[in-house]
Design a protein around this ligand. Structure first.
Ligand code: FAD
Length: 668
């Protein structure tokens, strides 16, 4: 009469069903059946609730999504019509089309959308990771790597790294919010000198610190303990980790004791140099991520009816016309269904696909080094050899220690970003460069104090690698559900292990030093004319000796910090690969070459500046030689900023947006 196969899986609900069947023996068959169905229905409700909760409940930035759940009537229909992947709602033409919804793309699109009544389309190749709750915790950023929300790029073999020809994973966000949805949330403006140099040394008028500061201020909403000069009402919440951790205090003391550090109250208020707790894009409880889509774009979707967002839609190329000088007229899009269509723009196309993909899009559209385009059979419409050159990225060097038993990190570490303290300083190489150039460069090294550990050190943590591997496989074979299920299971297990606070995650500390002014430059090129092929990315790390020397100095200083009285009690053993204190220069530089990896700060590939052969865009982001086409992302930087690049990218988006609005203002 009643088959057990329809019961929900799990022993508890099965036992409950059997119990109810037994209790209800005296009732009619129908009553018995209904009673026995009860746990099944309860199980179903629970699962539905879990689904809802992970999609909407846990993500603090999605108030509107939550509102939709509670009030799924007219508003919801209206919202969904314009929001995410509804190809039917795409109009044939828009005033502005922005490609890429990352740190810069969201900022530029939001700026334009607010300039009603212009119509704006924001196109994103990735999906809506925010809804799954997967991106919520910055600390778990690494569980997004190699998953379907990472583009999964790899570098070309690096000739200056060890083992020779080492290939590095180059993660990059592929979702609404772009890399701001998978990054570590650190909020660093950069040094005032960086922006002043952009103007004086690279001819980027309008980018001095005085010019860019108001953009940082209007974007951020810092907690009251920061300087008066900081933004207090912007959409992106910025705070220190709260409550403060004693380990951070010990790290800061160690920097004072053994590394000549001074405390700095607010490194985003004029001078980077010194040691302090990190500032994170978070509400301060160590929790929710403030990705750019949730903070900048979502709140506008209802109030700006002409603002459309389409996700899971890939831009294949920019449409260019050449009768009266070269001019962008729209874009070619590939929808989720595989359908290819063209959308026209009346005013401008803005590329915000990031420093690796904006150059690729331009090349696929026929702009770039004519010889290189010819190799791939792409007709060249504009010879722009500088495109894709000058790639800059900050290499990062880790030193990892295992802590003694009984020195486990408190469980609140588990809910926070992995990076807790930061120390900006100047290397001897940096000082002599300043003397040579006769100008101040800001801080050239940034040491961060990290609770995230080297994945390969502890077998338990391998589960994360397994999860990442399985996710990658599922990205390729999406329809094979068992694999997907396995990957999710592994991921959940890893997260549970991490949360339990008892596992390997709580037993290691890391110092990492970022080289803020690398001299080495790489390049982004095409691998093929297929728009879906990954670009050939060669960061060319450590090709300049000065970079290796600065990293050797950084290594020695990290050992000094670990040996300071305040931090020494945390050190049980160094990672076995770490050179000894008395290691030779050659041994340390081998360690540097075998240990550095990316900080994901790819930039400078569509460099802005006057119309010379080194620059791709003018200081307002317009591609030299093309009308109605701009770039607004990390690629625009003439030189990478001294520090983590996210805040600078959001600022770039907002600044370019303001240029566009003032240029078109009378006509908007
Ligand atoms: C793992 C990781 C950790 C990081 N941690 C930090 C940190 O803690 N602090 C910090 O300051 N910086 C950090 N960064 C760097 C920072 O996040 C990036 O510099 C910044 O987000 C880059 O912004 P962007 O707008 O240039 O590009 P992105 O944010 O990468 O945006 C590009 C967007 O364009 C989309 N796109 C690309 N091509 C197409 C196409 N053809 N069609 C449609 N859409 C397309 C992409 O999917 C993506 O959404 C981190 C980065 C990563 C990857």
């Amino acid at each position: 009469m009643f088959s057990l196969t329809v019961l929900p899986r799990g022993t508890l609900s099965t036992a409950l069903c059997l119990l109810l069947l037994r209790l209800s023996r005296r009732r009619s068959r129908l009553q018995r059946g209904l009673w026995a169905l009860l746990p099944f229905l309860a199980g179903r409700c629970f699962l539905a609730w879990r689904r809802w909760y992970s999609a909407y409940g846990r993500h603090p930035g999605t108030a509107q999504q939550r509102a939709l759940c509670f009030n799924p009537s007219v508003q919801a229909a209206d919202f969904e019509e314009r929001f995410i992947g509804k190809a039917s709602s795409l109009k044939p033409r828009y005033d502005f089309i922005v490609i890429g919804s990352g740190s810069s793309g969201c900022a530029v699109a939001a700026r334009l959308a607010r300039a009603a009544p212009a119509s704006v389309l924001l196109v994103e190749a990735g999906g809506e990771a925010q809804r799954s709750g997967k991106t919520q915790q910055a600390r778990q950023a690494f569980s997004c790597w190699q998953s379907e929300i990472d583009w999964g790029f790899r570098s070309t073999p690096q000739q200056n790294l060890l083992p020779k020809g080492r290939v590095l994973d180059l993660e990059r966000g592929k979702t609404l919010g772009g890399s701001s949805a998978i990054n570590y949330n650190l909020w660093v403006h950069g040094a005032p000198q960086d922006f002043d140099r952009w103007e004086t040394q690279y001819g980027c008028t309008g980018w001095s610190y005085k010019d860019v500061l108001p953009h940082f201020q209007c974007l951020e909403r810092v907690s009251p303990d920061y300087s008066e000069a900081r933004g207090k009402e912007g959409p992106i919440a910025v705070a220190k980790l709260f409550p403060a951790l004693e380990e951070v205090e010990d790290f800061m003391k160690a920097c004072e004791e053994n590394a000549d550090a001074q405390r700095v109250a607010d490194y985003n208020a004029g001078s980077l140099a010194g040691v302090s707790p990190v500032q994170l894009c978070t509400d301060g409880t160590g929790g929710g991520r403030q990705d750019c889509f949730s903070t900048l774009v979502e709140p506008l979707l209802r109030s700006c009816p002409n603002f459309h967002v389409i996700s899971e839609t890939f831009c294949r190329r920019v449409l260019l016309e050449g009768s009266d000088g070269l001019k962008a007229t729209g874009v070619e899009l590939e929808l989720r269904s595989g359908k290819i269509l063209q959308v026209q723009c009346d005013k401008e196309v803005i590329l915000s696909a990031g420093a690796l993909l904006s150059p690729q899009l331009l090349m696929l559209s026929g702009i770039g080094d004519a010889k290189h385009l010819k190799e791939h059979g792409i007709p060249c419409v504009l010879d722009l050899p500088a495109l894709g050159r000058n790639l800059s990225d900050h290499p990062i060097l880790p030193v990892l220690v295992e802590m003694p038993d009984g020195r486990k990190l408190p469980s609140r570490f588990q809910n926070s970003c992995g990076t807790h303290g930061v120390y900006f300083w100047q290397s001897k190489i940096g000082q002599s460069r300043e003397e040579r150039l006769g100008k101040s460069m800001g801080s050239d090294l940034e040491t961060i104090f990290n609770s995230r550990i080297e994945l390969s050190l502890y077998p338990k943590v391998m589960v994360h690698e397994l999860a990442a591997l399985l996710s990658k496989l599922t990205a390729d074979y999406r329809s094979w559900l068992p694999l997907r299920f396995l990957s999710d299971l592994a991921l959940q297990w890893g997260r549970w292990k991490e949360r339990s606070g008892d596992g390997a995650f709580s037993k290691a500390l890391e110092l990492m030093t970022i080289l803020n002014h690398p001299q080495s430059r790489g390049a982004v090129k095409l691998r093929s004319a297929d728009p879906h092929a990954a670009p050939a990315v060669d960061p060319n790390y450590l090709s300049e000796k000065e970079d290796v020397d600065a990293m050797v100095e950084a290594f020695r200083r990290m050992l000094r910090i670990f040996s300071a009285p305040s931090l020494a009690p945390y050190v049980y053993a160094f990672h076995p690969a770490t050179p000894a204190v008395d290691a030779t220069e050659a041994e340390i530089s081998d360690y540097v070459r075998s240990s550095i990896r990316t900080t994901w700060h790819y930039s400078c590939t569509t460099r802005m500046g006057p119309a010379t052969k080194e620059n791709v865009c003018d200081p307002q982001g317009r591609v030299h030689g093309v009308k109605n086409l701009r770039v607004a992302d990390a690629g625009l930087m003439p030189e990478v900023v001294s520090g983590n690049t996210h805040a600078a990218c959001v600022m770039i988006g907002d600044r370019i947006g303001s240029f566009i609005v003032s240029e078109h203002a009378p006509k908007l």
